[in-house]
Design a protein around this ligand. Sequence first.
Ligand SMILES: [Zn+2]
Length: 192
Amino acid sequence: MGYLNCEKCNGYYELKEGESPKDFDKCQCGGELRYVETADVNSDSLKKINSSSNNIIRIAGVLFGASIMLIPYYLYSPFPTSSSLVFINIDSFLLWGVGGLAAAFIGGEKLSDGAADGFYSAMISGLIVIIIFYVLLAHSFSNSSLINNIAFFAILILFYSLIPGIFSIIGGLIGIVIRTTVNLLIKNLTHS
Ligand SMILES: [Zn+2]
């Protein structure tokens, strides 16, 4: 598959399935990249280019996924006493799954990344919901003891992060499968 070598910092980037040297403009240090068949690797410099650009894309994917996962709360109420509770509407489950799928599709490489990205999106969106609805709007953390407040927070995390997380993790796994398939298709098209 080959490598891109930076002339300035001598970092290496390992090209992955479906990636072409044309997809890369410059190294993050600003140096010009050139294609080489083999890296004379020093794994440290290899990691350097690899991780930081990928991490930014991954974080962007997780945040985008989290914002999709918040849509059900615009449509339905997070409050258990509401007649349109978010958990009794199938759309919520679908959108939570789509959020995880989007996060994984944008930034994931492996199935484990996809599951993790789906989970991170669920944690972020869940925390935002808890802060907006239970802390800012309902002032629900006024229990008498700290233990009660912690227990209440744990229950909220279960409902607004971990349960949606089941759907977003499944979505994340599907996202990786789609991403891998799309990459293979592009690779086959460009090579034939
Ligand atoms: Zn460089």
